[in-house]
Design a protein around this ligand. Structure first.
Ligand code: ZN
Length: 220
């Protein structure tokens, strides 16, 4: 018997949100996944999300958020902008979409309230903080308060990965029985290559480093 009923997972089809989906499936009786179409360069990301949800029999919703791309063109949505290799010393990386998490979580909250659900799960992490201000715990807590006030509702934004790094995220997926799904069916690579990816973009480097440390620790 699980202790909670229903939750909505913000689901990109990447490593972090898939690990959150696994976590939610263990904690809740029913889980909904919400993905966003915001003109990602690699629309395959949405295909991965769809396939993972089908694999687990999870109800999946894709929301159209193309407006955010018109307002804030960035390297994740525009082929003519090269992704920053490393985080710049000043400001945010050009893969950062201003306000993305705030906008996405707000829409997920509206969706959740319509369904009578309070618990919203997102895979943001402050540990692997890549310079994205809206991945920080202080932002999530602030938005939680704001959403509750805005909709007069007791939302609970839950962040299972907030204080763990990529190595521990691999460990969590493994313990939840989803190591192979995360390794093979997710897409985190900025160059749009599934699974282990291109190996060279900032996202692949982070993922690979965590995976290698975890496998070494697990003794494989
Ligand atoms: Zn890559």
């Amino acid at each position: 018997m699980k202790n909670k009923k229903e939750a909505v997972v913000v689901f990109s089809g990447g490593q972090d949100s898939t690990t959150c989906l696994l976590w939610a499936m263990k904690e809740y009786d029913k889980v909904y996944a919400v993905s966003f179409d915001y003109g990602q360069r690699h629309i395959l990301e949405l295909e991965c999300a769809k396939d993972i949800c089908a694999h687990y029999g999870i109800e999946h919703v894709v929301m159209d958020m193309s407006l955010i791309n018109q307002l804030a063109p960035n390297s994740l949505t525009r082929a003519d902008i090269v992704v920053d290799e490393d985080a710049p010393s000043v400001g945010t990386p050009n893969s950062c979409v201003d306000g993305r998490n705030m906008v996405f979580l707000t829409f997920v909250a509206i969706y959740a309230k319509q369904k009578g659900i309070t618990d919203i799960i997102t895979g943001v992490s402050q540990s692997d903080f890549s310079g994205y201000p809206d991945c920080r715990d202080v932002f999530i807590k602030s938005l939680n308060t704001t959403l509750n006030l805005a909709m007069d509702y007791d939302f609970c934004l839950i962040t299972p990965l907030m204080w763990i790094d990529k190595e521990e995220t691999w460990e969590m997926a493994d313990k939840l029985g989803g190591f192979d799904v995360v390794r093979n069916m997710t897409l985190t690579c900025y160059n749009g290559i599934m699974g282990d990816g291109c190996g060279n973009c900032p996202s692949c480097k982070l993922r690979k480093k965590g995976l290698e440390s975890y496998l070494k620790r697990r003794g494989i």
